[in-house]
Design a protein around this ligand. Structure first.
Ligand SMILES: O=P(O)(O)OC[C@H]1O[C@H](O[C@H]2O[C@H](CO)[C@@H](O)[C@H](O)[C@H]2O)[C@H](O)[C@@H](O)[C@@H]1O
Ligand SMILES: [Mg+2]
Length: 248
């Protein structure tokens, strides 16, 4: 059973594992051809209140989801764009980023198959190719970061350790977006599949919104659940028509 869509919703959408299926490599993901159009139509039917909230960068979203262009939070809240035509506002580049990147490139060579994703304000160490070494890799990443110092936070996601500047997450992103003109006064509904989405769930529910978990990952915060990204796309795609039927 899914919630009945409401015209006063503000939708916050995670990308990987929610809007699109996972792939072996971050750049191997496939964007369904109809997805940009689906998002644009959805945006119009909700008065613009549809945001992407992802570990990906906003540049990546604009590029891969073009011509759709939405309000967005990228790199786990480290950059925010309050409206489609507004500039993205990034945090300053963390001091630890460059030295840590160099150290990790060196040390992760011990695990062939590990891929380090260099994002402008964060790093992601992907170990999908060697899942059995996840704990060891995590320990190494934490140790290297401690040596370099700085306010780094570690997030263990799906076969990935994300390194981001502390103080920003998907929850702070939802709070910031909810305080902006397009979203204010609406009911936040956050869709996500991974542990990093828990902050978004919490922020949405704290102001009377909903959390919709995607996939099988257990969470105590889900008000509803959709099984797959395909189900998410179908459900989102039906919202504009459903809203036309709902008396406002
Ligand atoms: O917050 P999200 O939109 O879910 O993004 C989270 C991270 O997603 C990407 O990594 C994950 O998806 C890859 C493609 O399916 C997969 O190969 C990898 O194992 C996953 O961890 C992306 O590469 C990261 O930058 C995002 O932070
Ligand atoms: Mg995800």
């Amino acid at each position: 059973m899914q919630p009945l869509p409401r015209a006063d919703w503000a939708l916050f959408l995670d990308i990987d594992g929610t809007l699109i299926e996972h792939a072996d490599h971050p750049e191997g993901v496939e964007i369904p051809e109809y997805l940009p159009d689906l998002l644009t139509v959805l945006q119009t039917s909700l008065g613009g209140a549809v945001a992407l909230v992802s570990g990906r960068s906003i540049d990546w979203m604009d590029h891969r989801l073009a011509p759709a262009r939405l309000p967005a939070a990228g790199q786990h809240g480290a950059e925010i764009r309050l409206a489609p035509d507004a500039p993205s506002v990034p945090i300053p580049t963390p001091k630890w980023r460059k030295p840590l990147e160099q150290t990790l490139e060196r040390e992760m060579a011990a695990w062939p198959g590990v891929y380090i994703e260099h994002k402008p304000l964060s790093l992601a160490v992907h170990y999908r190719a060697v899942p059995e070494s996840g704990d060891e890799i995590m320990a190494k990443v934490v140790e290297a970061s401690a040596r370099i110092g700085g306010e780094v936070e570690f997030l263990k996601g799906r076969f990935v350790v994300e390194l981001r500047q502390s103080g920003h997450d998907k929850g702070t992103a939802v709070d910031t977006l909810m305080g902006s003109a397009i979203f204010t006064g609406r009911k936040p509904v956050f869709l996500g599949d991974d542990v990093t989405d828990e902050d978004g769930f919490r922020a949405a529910r704290a102001v009377g919104g909903l959390a919709i978990a995607v996939g099988p990952r257990p969470t105590t915060q889900a008000d509803f659940r959709l099984a797959t990204p395909e189900d998410v796309r179908k459900w989102l795609g039906d919202i504009p028509q459903a809203l036309e039927r709902v008396p406002s």
